[in-house]
Design a protein around this ligand. Structure first.
Ligand code: NAP
Length: 385
């Protein structure tokens, strides 16, 4: 099995820390060779070693090397956690994630159906139009950021045999059971798998990721191998160190919750969008929240929304319940109206006035909170106005 970056970099750390493991002069050429083969996680060390001549090698290992000495423990830890990440699917969300990944010092190799060479260069990533070339770079992590609908075909088109056999695959799809089963059924057994869902996007995380939920399920990480464990931790740390609220949850549980929250939010947003709501001179706070909801949900692609429906087992039931809820509210209103009319027609009660109409209809329908209490009731304020 190929050695993962984490294993090589951590073994290089051990070599530096334990004098008993220092290479002796006679071993210098092969040590240099070893350093040259260090993966990206130890790139500064590798660069220094690559610049060294064979003559330098004796100095490099005989005495405590100056360059290595300068690497403080903090820096050492940072290097160890640097990953080479292939972002597959470089659209809206792939680019959004890449900004943070690059800022954290990871090496990003981007790949997508469309040519994003210029955008990638601007973001500090390298674009690979060819999936073979991408895989031959041996990324530590392959991160799927494709649309839910295209993930199956994109995954099957990747030449995974060109990757190292211990590669970590992760995804950020907004549904979780589907990619979990797909990855388990498609990838070679040696690959590790972590399914994730950062529950935020460019619209909701404009001010950073702190406090926002990051759901993850370590579907398959070989616990017995410290290097694989370290790499999985380094990947999860991308989100932890930004201050995300790390939520470990099974993919099934995620989908049940996400239908209730995310799919509902998107459905209400897209339904309201059909009404072509516009700001008015007398907008209430509640109405402004609805307008924002329309903006936030409709700025995501329809593919994303369609994926939330098609690939979450719980979505159909949620749609049915939403329809039932709308019908129930309507029924309450119309039942009250029929009562008033019946009384007028058959019992000779006086014509409808606003007071009796409200009394007949009953108390106003409770506000339905959308998302995290986003839509507050301003019914009372409106009544007073
Ligand atoms: P999206 O419409 O769901 O996905 C766009 C990406 O899918 C692009 O990279 C696009 O490639 C690729 N793609 C679409 N159809 C394809 C096809 N037939 N063949 C190959 N590639 C195809 O929009 P997104 O917002 O970027 O989301 C990407 C993923 O992130 C989704 O799985 C989504 O659920 C997840 N996610 C999104 C958010 C968010 O706020 N947007 C938040 C959390 C998770 P090209 O651009 O090269 O055509």
């Amino acid at each position: 099995m190929a050695m993962s970056s984490s294993s090589s970099s951590s073994s290089s750390v051990r070599l530096r820390m334990n004098p008993a493991n220092y290479f002796r002069p006679s071993a210098a050429p092969s040590s240099l060779h070893l350093l040259r083969r260090l993966p990206v996680a130890a790139s500064p060390l590798r660069l220094r070693a690559a610049r060294a001549t064979e003559g330098d090698a004796r100095q490099l290992f005989d005495e405590m090397p100056r360059g290595v000495e300068e690497v403080g423990e903090e820096e050492e830890e940072r290097q160890r956690r640097r990953l080479k990440i292939a972002v597959v699917g470089f659209g809206n969300y792939g680019q959004f994630l890449t900004r943070t990944l690059v800022r954290q010092g990871h090496t990003i190799l981007a790949h997508s159906r469309s040519d994003y060479s210029a955008v990638a260069a601007e973001l500090g990533a390298t674009f690979f139009p060819d999936a073979d070339d991408l895989c031959e770079c041996h990324p530590d992590v392959v991160l799927l950021v494709t649309s839910i609908l295209s993930t199956d075909s994109v995954l099957r088109s990747l030449p995974v045999h060109r990757l190292r056999r211990d590669t970590l695959f992760a995804d950020v799809l907004s549904v979780k059971e589907f990619p979990k089963n797909l990855l388990l059924n498609t990838l070679p057994e040696e690959f590790d798998i972590i399914c994730t869902h950062p529950m935020f996007g460019p619209e909701s995380a404009g001010d950073g990721w702190a406090g926002l939920p990051f759901v993850f399920d370590e579907v398959r990480v070989r616990g017995g191998c410290p290097a694989r464990r370290a790499r999985a931790d380094a990947f999860l740390d991308v989100f932890a160190r930004e201050g995300c609220r790390m939520v470990e949850m099974s993919c099934a549980e995620h989908d049940a919750n996400a239908a209730e929250t995310q799919f509902l939010t998107h459905t209400v947003g897209r339904t309201l969008a059909m009404l072509e709501l516009r700001p008015t001179p007398i907008d209430t706070k509640g109405y402004e929240t609805l307008l924002r909801l329309v903006d936030n949900t409709c700025s995501d692609s329809f593919d994303l929304y369609n994926g939330l429906f098609m690939y979450n087992n719980n979505s159909t039931e949620l749609l049915n319940r939403l329809e039932w809820a709308m019908d129930s509210v309507k029924k309450k209103l119309f039942d009250g109206l029929h009562d008033v009319l019946r009384k007028q027609l058959f019992e000779g009660s006086p014509p409808l006035d606003s007071g009796s109409a409200v009394a007949a209809v009953g108390s106003p329908v409770d506000d339905v909170a959308i998302g995290d209490g986003d839509v507050d009731s301003d019914y009372d304020e409106e009544e007073k106005e």
